[in-house]
Ligand binder design. Structure first.
Ligand SMILES: CC(C)(COP(=O)(O)OP(=O)(O)OC[C@H]1O[C@@H](n2cnc3c(N)ncnc32)[C@H](O)[C@@H]1OP(=O)(O)O)[C@@H](O)C(=O)NCCC(=O)NCCS
Length: 150
């Protein structure tokens, strides 16, 4: 009997292994005004919890989150176009949720641009809208969502 290999697995971010591949995903997924320049990226990703999804030896997605007082915040979630629809995004979300639940955080928040249909995924993961971020550029307005962890 042959054992079925999982489509991907999730590992903690290691800058020495993942930095350039994860930065490439960041560039693929986010417009220049919504992503970090390389130097900022390196320090933000070094100083906060990041999980990386690996498929066939290649990074295909990541999630970056950080502590915000009594809560935790999902700062960036990105999956390469080719690997979308395989459950990578939801698996990374679950990983971040568990990470913060284990550290006693009661609530997880995120911001998602108003025209980003990823809101549907977040809603299905039990995130709910609690506010909006205004911006002079309409496409930069965001929906604020949160989920109670326990
Ligand atoms: C959003 C994103 C991370 C989802 O990753 P993914 O690996 O494709 O997500 P999953 O495969 O786990 O999808 C889970 C479910 O959510 C739905 N979903 C995921 N992304 C969605 C989107 N952009 N719009 C609508 N529904 C979406 C899927 O249809 C799927 O539902 P189904 O299984 O019932 O069909 C990915 O599309 C991405 O990187 N987008 C660009 C960057 C981005 O917008 N990040 C979020 C910024 S807040």
């Amino acid at each position: 009997m042959t054992k079925t290999e999982p489509l991907f697995h999730v590992v903690p971010y290691d800058a020495k292994i993942h930095a350039s591949a994860v930065y490439a995903i960041e560039k693929e997924c986010f417009e220049p005004e919504n992503r970090w320049v390389w130097e900022e990226f390196r320090s933000v990703f070094r100083d906060n919890p990041v999980f990386v999804a690996v498929r066939l030896g290649t990074a295909v997605g990541f999630i970056l989150s950080w502590e915000e007082g009594k809560e935790a915040h999902i700062a960036h979630l990105g999956v390469t176009e080719k690997a979308r629809g395989l459950g990578v995004g939801t698996t990374l979300m679950a990983k971040a949720e568990n990470y913060w639940r284990e550290r006693g955080k009661r609530c997880l928040t995120l911001n998602v641009l108003v025209d980003n249909s990823a809101q549907i995924m977040y809603y299905e993961l039990d995130f709910r809208v609690y506010g909006f971020r205004k911006h002079p550029e309409p496409s930069n307005c965001a929906v604020k969502m949160r989920k109670t962890l326990y």
